[in-house]
Design a protein around this ligand. Structure first.
Ligand code: PMP
Length: 281
């Protein structure tokens, strides 16, 4: 199986990562995940733009252009013969004697990427999932897709231990997003999600959903909402690259629309599926 190491495609077992790689020691890097449907990348341009932007926000310069990375990624998908799956990529500030201060300019960033086979979570998409509410204990730059995911992992683990799929996070009662997803409520026909500020990751799936709402006259508001509003919503859903438009049928024990995915959520799911199909043509 092949992977990308900097600007090359290599055998996975030929790649070595230094124990003083700053990604390994400090989480000093950023990452991205792009979905592959039927051998094709979904919203690749948006993901690559966010990758370069996350890197720039922490002052890592990706050492080659977006177009070259896209070519490499497509080549990797072909060589690994991935049909349905995803590609994970990350870039770190490179390997250098451990020191909090950034290393000198000669230290080259380390970029790695690999593919994975993933099927669509069909039964969860059909039946919906359960979530809990948890404290958002993250830093104030959640707009950066940083390798530092400890608070997200703790929140996800908390959900898993309660038999749930996701933790929906809040800061002082204001819902921000999920531990690895964006969060939405629907009340009286209106879709609401946290504005794209420093407090959330502006999901690519979120951006697709915003556009689909706009094109289909579904009222969409980027407005903050509280945990109380979440629990009083008509419908709740989350979104991400791998979860797509995922209905949430229960939060902290509170059931929504009789425990079945709501009507507008269903509509958004079918619009999203059309987007995937369009791309595959
Ligand atoms: N927020 C967080 C914290 C995430 O980890 C993710 C998953 N990448 C998302 C939102 C959703 O982003 P996207 O739709 O681009 O996958």
């Amino acid at each position: 199986v092949k992977i990308i190491y900097n600007d090359q495609i290599m055998d996975k077992n030929k790649v070595q990562i230094d124990i003083e790689d700053r990604g390994y020691q400090f989480g000093d890097g950023v990452y991205e995940v792009i979905r592959i449907y039927d051998g094709q990348l979904f919203t690749a341009e948006e993901h690559l733009t966010r990758f370069f932007s996350s890197a720039e926000k922490i002052k890592i310069v990706v050492p080659f252009p977006k177009e070259q990375l896209l070519r490499l990624i497509k080549q990797l998908i072909n060589e690994n013969k991935v049909n349905n799956g995803s590609i994970y990529m990350q870039i770190t500030r490179g390997a250098s004697p451990r020191n909090h201060v950034f290393p000198s300019a000669e230290t080259k960033p380390v970029l790695t990427a690999y593919t994975k086979v993933v099927e669509r979570p069909e039964s969860a998409l059909e039946n919906g999932v359960e979530a809990i509410v948890a404290d958002d204990i993250r830093w104030l730059r959640c707009d950066i897709k940083s390798l530092n995911l400890l608070p997200n992992l703790l929140a996800k683990q908390q959900a898993t231990e309660k038999g749930c799929y996701e933790s929906i996070l809040h800061r002082d009662g204001t819902v921000t997003e999920g531990s690895s997803s964006n969060a939405y409520i629907i009340k009286d026909g209106k879709v609401k999600t946290h504005p794209a500020t420093n407090l959330i990751l502006n999901g690519i799936t979120r951006q697709v959903i915003a556009r689909l709402c706009d094109e289909n006259q579904i009222p969409f508001y980027e407005e903050v909402f509280t945990v109380d509003e979440l629990l009083a919503a008509d419908e709740v859903f989350i979104s991400s690259t791998t979860s797509e438009v995922m209905p949430v049928i229960r939060v902290d024990g509170k059931l929504f629309s009789d425990g079945k995915p709501g009507q507008i959520t269903r509509k958004l799911q079918s619009l999203f599926l059309e987007e995937i199909k369009k791309m595959e043509k």
